[in-house]
Design a binder for this molecule. Structure first.
Ligand code: NAD
Ligand code: UDP
Length: 313
């Protein structure tokens, strides 16, 4: 049996590095493509000697040709701090990156999966969010480079599907956390854990009553692979996330109790357009992919705290 060659853009990032590892474990050949904007070679340290692993330094804003059977398009900074640091680059990465991966899929007959996001729902007026909800997104705010970039990427995916019959898969990922996040990633789980371990105050934005649903990375990666290998014609979009919903205050208290730290909570201004609530309806993923998360927030946090203890010394 010839091996499947999987291209993973953004493969040196947090989720991408776990995906590359899983695909290698499943016997695939893996090409990791990244410009190391937020990704790190150290996330790939245990993979680089694998005979079926290849790293290509490339920015998806530029076209590229590599022979492959499957493309996971994950290239894009995901933390608000990083995607807002150069918003035009973020928009171009989302839109041109999607275009170039669709062109590549068309040229080599590959199946292509887009890592879309719960951010396409914006500050949702429907709760929990189903895939049928069209969202509530500010088209010109500070988050728009990411939200609208991801929405345009979805548009391109579905237009390639309708116009050329490209074999597409679209997943909408909800807040995911775990080992291989950067200590300076800026997202809430890594911020709280790093702050707690360093004995610093935990930074609560707004009143801390906004909610998110946190999915452990192993569960998410399982969902990505299931979606890639799902039946022909099932395009999605499909939500992937853990429906457990927590306020940021609840998360902060959980992190403090699990790290045994006594840091104070300090309140800071809520960032512009910060969604008030978020929780996936995962009925479609359950039905079509037989997928649902298995790892509780408690045990996911345990692994993540252990990783950061080691990472920040
Ligand atoms: P991350 O920032 O850790 O990883 C993104 C990777 O993409 C990095 O390795 C980065 O260097 C690379 N990259 C960025 N711009 C690039 C470019 N122009 N060319 C090539 N590589 C580029 O983020 P993550 O959390 O691992 O997210 C991965 C994907 O999943 C992103 O597309 C993100 O939008 C999506 N997603 C993540 C979450 C989450 O909670 N983690 C939620 C929704 C969607
Ligand atoms: N947040 C917080 N303190 C932090 C970082 C984030 O209270 O140090 C809040 C943020 O305002 C948001 C939630 O946590 O309401 C999730 O933020 P994150 O950046 O992780 O992801 P996103 O907003 O994209 O869901």
């Amino acid at each position: 049996m010839p091996k499947t060659t999987s291209l993973v853009t953004g493969g040196a990032g947090f989720i991408g590095s776990h995906l590359c590892k899983k695909l290698l474990e499943q016997g695939n050949r893996v090409i990791c493509m990244d410009n190391l904007f937020t990704g790190r070679k150290e996330n790939l340290a245990l993979l680089t000697d694998h005979p079926d692993f290849q790293f290509i330094y490339h920015d998806v804003q530029e076209p590229v040709y590599v022979e492959c059977d499957q493309i996971y398009n994950l290239a894009c900074p995901a933390s608000p701090v990083h995607y807002q640091s150069d918003p035009i680059k973020t928009a171009k990465t989302n839109v041109l990156g999607a275009l170039h991966m669709l062109e590549l899929a068309k040229a080599c007959g590959a199946r292509v999966l887009q890592a879309s996001t719960s951010e396409v729902y914006g500050d949702p007026a429907v709760h929990p969010q189903t895939e049928a909800y069209w969202g509530n997104v500010n088209p010109h705010g500070v988050r728009s480079c990411y939200d609208e970039g991801k929405r345009m990427a979805e548009t391109l995916f579905f237009d390639y599907y309708r116009q050329y019959g490209t074999d597409i898969k679209v997943v909408r990922i909800f807040n995911t956390y775990g080992p291989n996040m950067r200590p300076d990633d800026g997202r809430v789980v890594s911020n709280f854990i790093v702050q707690a371990l360093q004995g610093k105050d935990l930074t609560i934005y707004g009143n801390g009553m906004q909610t998110r649903s946190f999915c452990y990375v192993d569960d998410l990666v399982e969902g990505l692979v299931r979606m890639m290998n799902s039946k022909e014609g099932f395009t999605g979009p499909v939500n992937l996330g853990n429906p457990g919903e927590f306020t940021m205050l609840e998360l902060a208290k959980q992190v403090l109790s699990m790290t045994g730290q006594k840091s104070r909570l300090v309140y800071m201004p809520l960032p512009e357009d910060d969604p008030q609530q978020r929780k996936p309806d995962i009925s479609l993923a359950k039905k079509e992919l037989c997928w649902e998360p298995k790892i509780s927030l408690q045990s996911g946090l345990q692994n993540t705290i252990a990783y950061f203890r080691e990472a920040i010394g």
